[in-house]
Design a protein around this ligand. Structure first.
Ligand code: B16
Ligand code: MG
Length: 212
């Protein structure tokens, strides 16, 4: 077996909450009259809430205090949580569910490695609250992707060396984090053409072929 463990990014890999992040940032930016588009949104993939806010505010000509920024981050998170509240097990695709079970059946340990502080809530909503062997997320790290901390912690929780784990990512910052940490990366979605990744997934189920 090529890999003993797989560490999955959450937003944009396991589920489509990346679209909800985008919707929430757009609503926030519109309220403040700040320009926001898809390219800006793609720069927010994988990075922390506060770092995302700084990028969104680049298009504003106003200077904001730290207190205002904390309130903005809370506002965006409130909008995002409202969208998450409508999620259910139906928001986990059959393809992702079947692939996860097939990987587990091969004896591969499975973990989440996400920058999101909402990870436990999202996993609960989509019916994966108790599924993963380890969950490393934004609540347990001090440095955001492209720092590899979140993935290194996940590998430690799985009791595996980095070289024995594959990281699956939709963010360029996440692919960079994986490579920085000594992991192989499988890129999907927005990051699928990132040349730093060892594998380029057309679809999530391609993982089954990779681990053979
Ligand atoms: P939160 P991932 C990341 O999750 C998102 O891609 C990124 O857009 C977001 O800013 C970050 O989580 C923090 O999320 O505000 O929920 O704590 O892609 O690493 O699973
Ligand atoms: Mg992601």
């Amino acid at each position: 077996m090529r890999y003993k463990g797989i560490i999955f990014d959450l937003d944009g890999v396991i589920c489509s909450t990346d679209a909800y992040h985008c919707q929430a940032w757009k609503a926030f930016a519109d309220r403040l009259g700040i320009y926001f588009d898809r390219n800006i949104n793609n720069r927010l993939r994988g990075i922390s809430r506060m770092a995302s806010l700084e990028i969104v505010l680049e298009k504003s000509d106003k200077a904001y205090t730290d207190e205002e920024k904390q309130a903005f981050a809370a506002e965006k998170n409130g909008l995002y949580r409202q969208l998450l509240g409508n999620m259910s097990a139906a928001d986990l695709s059959d393809e992702v569910r079947d692939t996860l079970h097939a990987l587990r059946a091969r004896g591969i340990k499975l973990a989440v490695g996400s920058s999101s502080k909402n990870t436990p809530y999202i996993l609960e909503r989509i019916g994966l609250g108790n599924f993963f062997d380890a969950v490393s997320d934004g609540n347990g790290i001090t440095r955001s992707k492209p720092d590899p901390e979140v993935f290194i912690k996940a590998a430690q929780m799985l009791d595996l060396e980095q070289a024995a784990c594959l990281v699956v990512e939709d963010a360029r910052a996440g692919v960079e984090a994986a490579v920085n940490g000594g992991f192989d990366a499988a890129a999907i979605g927005d990051a699928k053409d990132d040349e730093r990744a060892r594998w380029h997934l057309r679809r999530f189920s391609d993982l089954i072929e990779i681990v053979k």
